[in-house]
Design a protein around this ligand. Structure first.
Ligand SMILES: Nc1nc2c(c(=O)[nH]1)N[C@H]1C(S)=C(S)[C@@H](COP(=O)(O)OP(=O)(O)OC[C@H]3O[C@@H](n4cnc5c(N)ncnc54)[C@H](O)[C@@H]3O)O[C@H]1N2
Ligand code: MOO
Length: 396
């Protein structure tokens, strides 16, 4: 069977998935969700014209003539006085600019004796002042539909008085770890068995990416057991991820069971290394990603494919991973048939990401992950990649 190009997999996610429903949530619950309505500033920012400095609010037209201090304006505690010719008001950063003042003299250029000040320098109109509405006027959109809410965006919304937002519902995720050989770490390890890496990897990835604890079940290599577990997972989750049992062996039951449960196959087998046997299907708006059992294949399928599927379910504008550009430190072999997704070390040099190949890249190996910062995309081709060549990478 021909392998699907990676770009075609991304295109198929787009055509086969619809975004989940929307809901209004309080701002404190919105981190990581994707906006379904553009939030608008409920107040102008700054809300009032204020001082950017600790110093004295003055009239710039008074030049360097002595001035009398007639009041105090602190943040949150405005002065009741206004200023006229030859007057100043002590002011702190964030204090309301008093009527009559057009500038703030920073205290480093001011000599004060009792209530009289002199300026060692001239102050121009507008100096040291933050004007009402200079950043945003009321009603300005702070972010766009399809953007994922970051800590910074959340703070920007709070500052502009936005206390709730309309977002897409977060997808619920279920994980099925298949394989008779899989033993959970901490349990005794009989001969010919392996410790489970995929359960911890999948769970941690979804938690790390803000989806909360997925439902995780362990399933034997048994068709009936898999059918029962997959059916329950499809009933309760928006995205079901399986690990193992998706290749061509006699005990690889994921495709046949998915088919029996009415999951429509969108593709099987992607031209990527690792992760070739990836299976993707949909049933009534729900997505099933059948990932191969090899743990490094799971890592790649999460970083590249689960990211895209979740992005579509959440109506995200940018569903592809955030590919960045870097430069290869040394030559790296290409694969003539499949795009390689290679774990590399990243060092910053000359403001450019420099990527070095790590050993132990096979799909059953994970031990280089403590040193790997980047997953590098090397499109399939006949000749090797040269040192100095520009390539795309994402953080892992
Ligand atoms: N004749 C062929 N054989 C294989 C092909 C092929 O095209 N023709 N593809 C190979 C590739 S590529 C991959 S990737 C694997 C994927 O196979 P499965 O998805 O069916 O996965 P399993 O056979 O169940 O497991 C593969 C490997 O991973 C280990 N494993 C499984 N689960 C876990 C876990 N939770 N934690 C740690 N390790 C796990 C398992 O023991 C196997 O060693 O198929 C190739 N074969
Ligand atoms: O696709 Mo498999 O993950 O190369 O080993």
């Amino acid at each position: 069977m021909a392998l699907l190009p990676l770009a075609e997999a991304f295109a198929r996610y787009k055509t086969s998935l619809e975004p989940l429903g929307t809901q209004r949530v309080p701002l404190e619950l919105a981190l990581g969700a994707v906006l379904a309505e553009a939030p608008r500033a409920r107040i102008a920012l700054p809300r009032f014209t204020q001082s950017a400095l600790d110093g004295y609010a003055v009239r710039s037209c008074d030049g360097q003539a002595p001035r009398r201090v007639v009041g105090l304006s602190a943040a949150g505690e405005p002065s009741t006085a206004s200023i006229g010719a030859g007057q100043a008001i002590r002011i702190f950063t964030g204090g309301l600019l008093p009527d009559g003042a057009d500038s703030v003299a920073r205290q480093e250029i001011v000599d004060r004796i009792d209530d009289e000040i002199t300026l060692n320098d001239v102050v121009a109109a507008g100096e040291g002042v933050r004007y009402e509405g200079e950043e945003l006027s009321e009603g300005t959109a702070i972010a766009e539909v399809g953007q994922r809410i970051s800590a910074g965006m959340l703070a920007a919304m709070a500052m502009a008085g936005v206390d709730s937002v309309v977002v897409r519902r977060r997808p619920r995720v279920a994980v099925l770890v298949t394989g008779d050989e899989v033993v959970r770490v901490g349990d005794p390890l009989p001969p010919a068995k392996v410790y489970d890496a995929n359960g911890p990897l999948l769970r941690a990835w979804f938690v790390e990416n803000g989806y909360g604890e997925p439902m995780v079940a362990y399933v034997r290599d048994d068709e009936a057991a898999l059918e029962e577990a997959m059916s329950a997972a499809l009933d309760s989750a928006d995205l079901v991820v399986t690990s193992g049992g998706v290749s061509v062996g006699d005990r690889d039951f994921v495709p046949v069971v998915a088919d029996r449960l009415g999951v429509h196959k969108v593709f099987w087998k992607v031209a990527q290394k690792p992760g070739k046997p990836l299976w993707f299907g949909v049933r009534e708006g729900k997505a099933l990603l059948g990932m191969p059992g090899n743990p490094a294949a799971v890592l790649v399928c999460l970083a590249v494919h689960a990211r895209a599927v979740l992005g579509h379910l959440e109506g995200e504008t940018s569903v592809q991973p955030a590919w960045r550009q870097g430069v290869l430190e040394g030559a790296v072999e290409a694969d003539g048939e499949r795009d390689r997704l290679v774990r590399m070390r990243l060092d910053m040099g000359d403001a450019m990401a420099r990527l070095s190949l790590l050993p132990r890249q096979e799909s059953h190996m994970l031990s280089n992950l403590a040193s790997a910062h980047a997953l590098v995309w090397l499109p399939s081709r006949d000749r090797a990649f040269d040192a100095g060549e520009k390539v795309a990478w994402i953080a892992i």
